[in-house]
Write a protein that binds this ligand. Structure first.
Ligand code: HEM
Length: 455
């Protein structure tokens, strides 16, 4: 039943729950559209229902939050009444009970253990690793060479995480991880839709590929742990995990989580950044001007504040192509939102893709305009574009905000600064560009680009 807010709320009277209106049409039709173009599907829902929409997904009741006020209200003020949504329930197959997927007290304990390694002074120590890794690509790249920058960035960020967090050299493993992830994430979308439980029990080739990919990653993670255990403990996060967790499965789950969450998203963001720069030569020139005048040799931690344009370019790329494009939660209790009562067990989603491109909150929303992040004093400032709180969420919000946020910002800026100083890649002829909204917003056809040396 659709109705007005608060209808059906009289306690003790068994009346159907009143729900906000939502998209019409058959579930089958919605399923097909959502599968083919999920970002457009959610954009359409928010266009027609700008604050809150309700729809059915199989037996699930789904609420789509289209307004930042409601996103803040639910994810921050009512955070305690939520657990992770459907996608993360599924991704447990791969990540087990690591920081991204765990709940309640276990999550709080794990967060307390892991967060210090990714915050404050500790991350300054990773800057040199990040720059050294980017420099290795800088010296290997050849003028005129065509490379898939999605692969390059994925190899680069995996190597950074390996060195910084696990004290391990993963350069040899990058191809193995990239293949397993492509097999896994590409097909993952199918497992989020109604009927997925059944699909997983049917022995299809897709299912076999998925489990083989999980197996490959599992072996890599166990090798990584064994290698680290065999060497003397160091200041890295893996040594901390080994010292504090007695359960091998728990160490495995945390390492798998940090390895995947810690590289795939940053790689995706950097890849979109390269493409956006190639499409907007005037922005590339604006960026190069900063790198040519502000950097004295190889970038370092001390340079971070001197590179507002580099940061703005990375921020703007994550606005238009947010690596995490949708956030989902399930309500644990009944929740009041915008005058409606959401029953316990409802699914709530908010899409960064939609919020980041909404003309109600952004001027020239579809334009790649990094200057919007620079204040009159020439500094980068997340408040300058004037968007309301909750309209820019590349790293999520509330208690489950990305634990690697500071690490990712630093990595994005330092890698971009190191490489864009010398390189200005252009799209390879015939390369199609389309987002693939799987768990992260990947590049559907990769991103083959021709490297152009700047000097
Ligand atoms: C551009 C890069 C990145 C983006 C866009 C990103 C985005 C996000 C988002 C949106 C969430 C929240 C998910 C939710 O609420 O359901 C999240 C959580 C998380 N991220 Fe990131 N992330 C990035 C980089 C990193 C890095 C570098 C690390 C590790 C070094 C990392 C580790 C994690 C972990 C462990 C969580 C779960 C935190 C918790 O639930 O307590 N991420 N990330």
């Amino acid at each position: 039943m659709e109705g007005t807010p608060t209808a059906g709320r009289r306690s003790g009277v068994a009346r159907p729950v009143a729900r906000p209106p939502g998209p019409r049409g058959s579930l089958l039709y919605a399923g097909i559209v959502a599968r083919r173009d999920p970002t457009a599907y959610f954009e359409g829902i928010v266009r027609d229902h700008p604050r809150l929409a309700h729809l059915r997904l199989g037996r699930e009741h789904v609420y789509v939050l289209g307004h930042p006020e409601l996103v803040q209200e639910l994810f921050v003020a009512r955070g305690r009444a939520l657990r992770k949504g459907r996608a993360l329930e599924r991704i447990r197959m791969l990540l087990g009970d690591g920081l991204l997927t765990s709940e309640g007290e276990r999550h709080r304990t794990q967060r307390r253990l892991i967060q210090p390694a990714l915050h404050g002074d500790r991350i300054a120590a990773y800057a040199d690793d990040m720059v050294a890794t980017a420099r290795a690509y800088d010296t290997r790249w050849r003028d005129g060479e065509v490379l898939d920058l999605a692969r390059e960035m994925s190899g680069l960020t995996l190597t950074v995480v390996g060195r910084a967090l696990f004290g391990s050299d993963l350069r040899e493993e990058t191809a193995r991880v990239a293949e397993a992830l492509a097999a896994l994430l590409g097909g993952f979308q199918r497992h989020l839709l109604p009927g997925a439980d059944l699909l997983l029990r049917i022995p299809t080739p897709g299912r076999a590929r998925m489990f083989a990919a999980i197996d490959r990653l599992d072996r890599l993670v166990r090798e990584l742990i064994e290698r680290r255990r065999a060497a003397p403990p160091g200041p890295d996060l893996l040594s901390t995990l080994l010292a504090h967790l007695d359960d091998d499965t728990q160490v495995r789950d945390e390492v798998m989580t940090l390895l995947l969450a810690g590289h795939e998203t940053t790689a995706t963001a950097l890849t979109w950044t390269w493409w956006l720069l190639s499409e907007h030569p005037e922005v590339a020139r604006w960026l190069h001007e900063e790198l040519d005048t502000r950097l004295d040799g190889v970038p370092s931690y001390a340079d971070l504040d001197r590179l507002p344009r580099t940061r703005a370019v990375f921020a703007e790329a994550m606005r238009l192509y947010p690596p995490s494009w949708i956030l989902g939660r399930r309500t644990l209790t009944e929740v009041e939102l915008d005058g409606w009562t959401l029953p316990a067990g409802s699914l709530c989603v908010a899409s960064q893709w939609v919020l980041h491109r909404d003309g109600r909150f952004w001027a020239a929303p579809l334009e790649f305009a990094p200057r919007r992040w620079i204040g009159p004093d020439g500094r980068y400032d997340e408040a300058v574009p004037g968007q309301p709180r909750g309209a820019y969420l590349p790293f999520g919000l509330g208690a489950r905000i990305c634990v690697g946020l500071a690490f990712a910002w630093m990595e994005g800026v330092l890698v971009l600064a190191t490489l864009a100083r010398h390189w200005d890649p252009e799209l390879a002829p015939g390369q199609k560009v389309e987002p693939l909204p799987a768990v992260t917003l990947r590049q559907k056809y990769g991103m083959r680009m021709r490297l152009r040396a700047r000097r």
